[in-house]
Design a protein around this ligand. Sequence first.
Ligand code: NI
Length: 162
Amino acid sequence: MFDIVTYGDPVLTQKAEDVTSFGSELEQIVADMHAAMRLDHGIGLAAPQVGISKRIFIVGLEDEPLRVFINPVITGMSKETSEYEEGCLSFPGLYFNVVRPAAVEIEAYDIKGKKFQLKADGLLARVIQHEYDHLEGILFIDRISPVKRARALAHYHRMLKM
Ligand code: NI
């Protein structure tokens, strides 16, 4: 079982590396990520958040089967944006609004190594973009203005001391 890595760990700000082999080892990582995400009641988790700097993320929306994205590439983004309150398992208790494209197109490999394409909007598009950012070493605090970022981090550090 993996522990979730929290803000401050350098793995969260590194660019993750491509997955180069599919098979039982990868399946075990994904299964363990799924268990860790469920335990923390998350709807998305990226491998760097469990200390593994690989291009893997999962999305588990309510009443939907788990979606697994290996070596994903975002191939399109809508001009239309939406604002939505996000959290991140690597920042327990911190939530704030983030503006992102409302819809995205993504290509990735599934757990068996089969390539797929997906068009997503709504919450799925939101979670895909948040998790994809983790693979680039980008965190949701990096998607808001510097003033809001400083405020959010100050709030987060105050919460940690309580
Ligand atoms: Ni996150």
